[in-house]
Write a protein that binds this ligand. Structure first.
Ligand code: E4P
Length: 220
């Protein structure tokens, strides 16, 4: 399973990289805006920190020729860029074109199975299904959509990978693992808490107390 960090901050990528082997980073216009840097600076810094990861960076235009221009210009930033495209008629058209040119894509803001099918047929590299935002409106079941999305691409042998996005808490991550989702992108606040468990902490304390009480030494 691929694990991505959902952030616009290269500092977070650097810090996580020290203890967790992430496969890439996903950004979006809101995350880049929070970073306080220019778009190219923020994305370039992330690519530099994670030169072998897949770094998703999003286009912002809605008109086809501008979308293509933006996609080509963003993909020039680094060889590990994946072009993030909101799903739409022009977005699907752009996905097909970039796929023909060998440029990888991440179709974003995906909330339904019909959208998943169209993204897969267009040749999307990743299809980002947003769990938290589906849960927010309680209109559908995010786990069912993800699980069916994985079945669709696997059953019909599409090359796309389903990427679970909009992860708000560790239970979302556990659900993606249970459903065999191919990739997941997790915000820094959630990722930082994942290795913690009260029994791990109390277990470490117990070991230390017993060790010290017995006067043990690692060299003896
Ligand atoms: C996906 O790639 C998006 O960047 C992200 O997961 C959106 O999460 P949010 O719904 O918490 O904003």
């Amino acid at each position: 399973m691929k694990l991505f960090l959902d952030t616009g901050f290269s500092e977070e990528v650097k810090s996580v990289r020290e203890w967790c082997s992430i496969d890439g980073v996903t950004t979006n216009p809101s995350l880049i805006a929070k970073s306080g840097k220019s778009f190219r600076q923020a994305v370039g810094d992330i690519c530099e920190v994670l030169p072998d990861g897949d770094i998703s960076a999003e286009i912002i235009s809605m008109e086809y020729s501008q979308m293509l221009e933006e996609a080509l210009s963003i993909s020039d930033i680094s060889k590990n860029i994946v072009i993030k495209i909101p799903v739409s008629e022009q977005g699907l058209r752009l996905t097909e074109e970039l796929s023909r040119r060998g440029i990888r894509t991440n179709l974003t803001l995906v909330f339904s199975l019909p959208q998943v099918l169209l993204c897969a047929k267009a040749g999307a590299t990743y299809i980002s299904v947003f769990m938290g935002r589906i849960d927010d409106i309680a209109f559908d079941n995010a786990v069912n959509i993800l699980s069916n999305a994985v079945s669709v691409v696997e059953k019909y042998h599409y090359s796309s990978e389903i990427l679970a996005a909009s992860i708000r808490h560790p239970v979302h991550l556990v659900q993606t693992m249970q459903e065999g989702v191919h990739a997941v992108t997790v915000p820094y606040s959630v990722l930082k808490g994942l290795y913690k468990h009260p029994l791990t902490s109390s277990g470490i304390d117990r070991f230390m107390l017993d060790w010290e009480a017995a006067g043990l030494d690692l060299q003896k």
